[in-house]
Design a binder for this molecule. Sequence first.
Ligand code: NAP
Length: 295
Amino acid sequence: MYQLLDGKQTSIAIKDQIANEVRQYTAKGMRPPHLAAILVGDDGASQTYVANKEKSSHEVGFTSSVYRYSSNTSEEELLRAIEFLNDDDEVDGFIVQLPLPKHINEQNVINAISPDKDVDGFTPINIGRMVLGEDAFLPATPMGVCSILEHYNIETEGKHCVVIGRSNIVGTPVANLLSRNKKGANCTVTLCHSRTRNLPEITRQADILVVAIGKQEFVTADMVKPGAVVIDVGIHRVPDETKKNGYHLAGDVKHSEVDSLCSWVTPVPGGVGPLTIVSLLQNTMKAYRKHMSLN
Ligand code: NAP
């Protein structure tokens, strides 16, 4: 019988720890941590993500602010907004919600964020520090994958971890983090992508299978070794007339046939998703401690 890696419960436990820490500082008269977000345009999913980040920030006692820009904002204007937040002493960390409108070069924007406030862990400096095993802001979703494994004491050392997907924001950093010489890592990692040959043959060797491919229910039972730990990062909105909001969520894994094979598996929703926001809060807490010289 498989067990669920419950991202919601894990996120509640971590948020409680953060809220306690914030209370300790504010009780001493210090200002709370401040997480800001820049939102460009009116993409529905991006608005939902930013609203969720705001809500979670308030839950743990952070100050939260959102800077909204229209979809025809120029790159120069956006770079000026970033400079403003880089220099604002009252802001500990901020994110620029992606994707940005096509006329804006995302990498230019990311490069402009101060590495000390880059709580999404997307700047080349933080990615470089992560790869070198130095202290860094880790990218939120990969950090969430590690957090959920750690929360449930899943043994990773010496395990064969297969990651499907090599994006800069999920697959590649997950592969890096799980292969590091650190507690909660030390896996032997295979990173698969769209040019991988004999994918099912490789995924069937996985003790831990992390799926970040962006294709609905792609991973089927024939791709999973019995007893494997399966982490499904995928999120898809599937039209569903029976739901009030008109859709339900599905992952990159076909849970109806895969779950019964697993020892542990993340559900969708309620798996990696909640941990992504929590990682952002943890990074903001870390930025605050550094900023306020608390460690
Ligand atoms: P992405 O940028 O589209 O990357 C997808 C990766 O999958 C690419 O590396 C691609 O290979 C690989 N791929 C595509 N088709 C494949 C195939 N047939 N066989 C093997 N590999 C294949 O996606 P992403 O941004 O990493 O996101 C992945 C999923 O996670 C999406 O469903 C996204 O919505 C979700 N997500 C969830 C969270 C969360 O908070 N839970 C956060 C971020 C993303 P190539 O490199 O060769 O093209």
